[in-house]
Design a protein around this ligand. Structure first.
Ligand code: PXP
Length: 259
């Protein structure tokens, strides 16, 4: 089975820094530690209100990821301002996300189906600059199809509803996992690379990592929280190990079923 990449979202290191208006903790230092601990790339969301990551953070993250030859995945709203920033930096990847100022975090996927005429030209301009463009969507077949239709190379499936259901021990969790699986299959069928992210913790990472279509997971908030107790490097290493275990056992299962 293909290796699953791990992107570490370092936004909430900046949240802690900004809570006191100090220069620490530094998200760039977190990115260095994450890469040393086995992260394949760094993800950061420059929000329109700059509530966590700042423009200067993006400048510095672009520099260190380039220097280390590792991918930077810029999460961004579909706005002129963000497009200009992405085009100026040309990160390895850009993930288009919805953004509402009043939300605590990215609460749902991007409505690519409803926003095709606005989103498709942005995808084309970013892709034309050599940026791998992804759309962050709910695991909904029509949104997956819309991501493909707007020219994105990648779709990132929103795992938030599933992860929350697992944490709350809600009865619908298994159904939500099945929904993720069918959206992932449909995305692959359409030729998209498939990623997943939002709300993933040590418990939910295994069933998610076992979905063979996924090529990359983007994980942030839980790991930054866990870092308070065990350190960022060890938290990432543990997450990486759980992903690898899940991947290995689902690969063995698939082989056994073919025999
Ligand atoms: N992927 C996307 C597109 C996101 O918007 C976020 C949250 O910023 C994540 C992944 C990471 O989610 P979490 O911080 O809950 O792990």
């Amino acid at each position: 089975m293909t290796k699953l990449r791990l992107g570490i979202n370092i936004d909430h290191v900046a949240t802690v820094r900004n809570a006191r208006g100090e220069g620490y903790p530094d998200p760039v230092r977190a990115a260095e530690i994450a890469l040393a601990a086995g992260a394949d790339g760094i993800t950061a969301h420059l929000r329109e209100d700059r509530r966590h990551i700042s423009d200067a953070d993006i400048d510095a993250l672009a520099l260190i990821t380039k220097r280390r030859g590792r991918p930077l995945n810029l999460e961004m709203a579909v706005t002129r301002e963000m497009e200009a920033i992405a085009l100026a930096h040309r990160p390895h990847a850009a993930c288009l996300v919805p953004e509402r100022r009043e939300e605590v975090t990215t609460e749902g996927g991007l409505d690519v189906a409803g926003g095709h005429n606005t989103i498709a030209p942005v995808v084309a301009r970013l892709a034309g600059a050599g940026i791998r463009v992804s759309c962050f969507v709910d695991p909904d077949l029509s949104q997956v199809a819309a991501a493909s239709a707007c020219g994105a190379q990648v779709v990132e499936l929103h795992t938030g509803a599933y992860c929350q259901a697992v944490r709350e021990r809600a009865p619908g969790a298994e159904t939500l996992l099945e929904t993720l699986k069918s959206a992932a299959r449909e995305a692959r069928r359409l030729g998209l690379e498939v990623h997943a992210g939002h709300g993933i913790d040590y418990e939910t990472v295994k069933p998610i990592a076992a979905i063979p279509e996924f090529r990359e997971l983007n994980i942030g908030h839980f790991l930054i929280g866990e870092a308070i107790f065990i350190g960022l490097g060890p938290a990432i290493q543990r997450m990486r190990a759980l992903m690898d275990q899940a991947r290995a056992s689902s690969g063995e299962l698939a082989e056994a079923m073919q025999r």
